[in-house]
Design a protein around this ligand. Structure first.
Ligand SMILES: Cc1ncc(COP(=O)(O)O)c(C=O)c1O
Length: 384
């Protein structure tokens, strides 16, 4: 690393990896919810957001939840996953994908990524299911993650899952607005889950969504998410549920955000394109691939750094950006490398470990200015 990076001034205002980006419409809708006194959980904005979201994801039903994690947990409950069941989970993900499996007393089986997509490797999935079938213990579900804004390779994945008759939950928390072979993220598998937490492409501060095509699942999802309250004037319960529904106030924000989703995707892609044109051809830097037929949102621009060729490592770059008050983050540490999951089975090919060793997510928020992006780029160039 050369010294010139130390000469760059520290920014007064911190530049975040992916800050919330309101459009103005959220405030109007929020005031409407406030003035109507629908402050309680549920209400007309929740109903409207569910309808609008189902259209966006090409699904028949959507159930608004308090978080993406809650949506994943509900999905597993709906599939009847329980004690001792195996559930395949993409290893290269945020921990929530796997935690939901643990909440149900089931066991995650971590499967590695395909270098072409950074998502679940269809070949490894096929090998694992073939072996599990031969051993007479197929997993009860597969959680396929659409990582960093890009869908997994669903044509082969769904063909394999169908052949072994194992249901698929698409964890599209990071990929709202992406598409694969012309279909939107969320349209794949038996159910899909989304997150609207503060760093996602659209946010309700905290929130999530479960989408599916089966009305009985959507109805039961709403019921389980409302403490499994039976229809009776008093409080009647015959099974354990959760307090997992979204509030009407947050749904109002969500509707405003959803109305500008296309602009948010376009801007993130524009940010990626500029990183690619100014950094992508430097020796030792490569960008997350986007194969034909995939359209990523580029939720986070992710790069791989070959330290020898570039002259600085991903961690050197991160520290240099941090010194200037710019947030950037390593890519996900694979679940099979996490101490908390050390006792669980994993099927690996080295891809996610390699990504973790050299990957880096750059500031990618749609509200970032061109000048702020220049500051990120000049810092990285100065690290060489
Ligand atoms: C892949 C993935 N799954 C699930 C979640 C959980 O969403 P939430 O934070 O809304 O619970 C997130 C984000 O946090 C995520 O990135």
């Amino acid at each position: 690393m050369q010294n010139n990076v130390n000469q760059l001034p520290r920014l007064t205002d911190r530049l975040y990896l992916s800050a919330p980006h309101m459009s103005g419409k959220e405030k109007e809708l929020l005031i409407d919810a406030f003035d109507s006194n629908w402050i309680a959980p549920l209400g007309p904005h929740v109903d409207a957001l569910e309808k609008e979201f189902a259209v966006q994801t090409d699904r028949k039903h959507a159930v608004a939840t308090s978080s993406g994690t809650a949506a994943l947990h509900l999905a597993l409950r709906l599939l009847g996953i329980g004690n001792g069941d195996d559930v395949i989970v993409s290893s290269f993900t945020f921990i929530a994908s796997a935690n939901a499996v643990i909440y149900q007393g089931a066991r995650p089986v971590f499967v590695d990524s395909d270098a072409k997509t950074w998502n679940l490797d269809p070949q490894l999935l096929n090998d694992e299911l073939t072996q599990a079938a031969a051993a007479g213990k197929l997993p009860k579900a597969i959680i396929v993650v659409d990582v960093l804004g890009q869908c997994a390779d669903y044509d082969p994945i769904l063909e394999i899952a169908r052949r072994f008759e194992v249901p698929v939950i698409e964890d599209a928390a990071e990929a709202l607005g992406a598409s694969y072979q012309g279909r939107p993220a969320g349209a794949f598998g038996d159910m899909a889950c989304f997150s609207f937490n503060g760093n996602k492409i659209i946010t309700t501060s905290s929130g999530g969504m479960l989408v599916c095509d089966r009305k009985d699942w959507a109805d039961r999802g709403r019921y389980l998410a409302s403490q499994a309250r039976e229809p009776a004037p008093h409080y009647e319960h015959s099974e354990v549920g959760y307090n997992y529904r979204m509030s009407n106030l947050l749904a109002a924000i969500g509707r405003g955000q959803l109305s500008v989703l296309k602009d948010r995707v376009d801007r993130r892609r524009e940010i990626f394109d500029r990183y690619q044109s100014e950094l992508g051809s430097l020796p030792g830097i490569s960008m997350m691939p986007e194969p034909n037929g995939f359209r990523s949102t580029r939720w986070l621009t992710a790069i791989e750094v070959n330290a020898e060729q570039f002259g600085a490592s991903n961690e050197d770059i991160r520290l240099s950006l941090e010194a200037r008050n710019i947030e950037c983050r390593p890519v996900w540490k694979p679940m099979h490398m996490q101490t908390v999951f050390s006792g669980y089975r994993h099927v690996t090919n080295g891809v996610s470990e390699q990504l973790f060793s050299c990957g880096l997510c750059l500031p990618s928020g749609s509200a970032m200015t061109d000048e702020q992006q220049s500051q990120v780029i000049e810092t990285i160039i100065a690290c060489q």
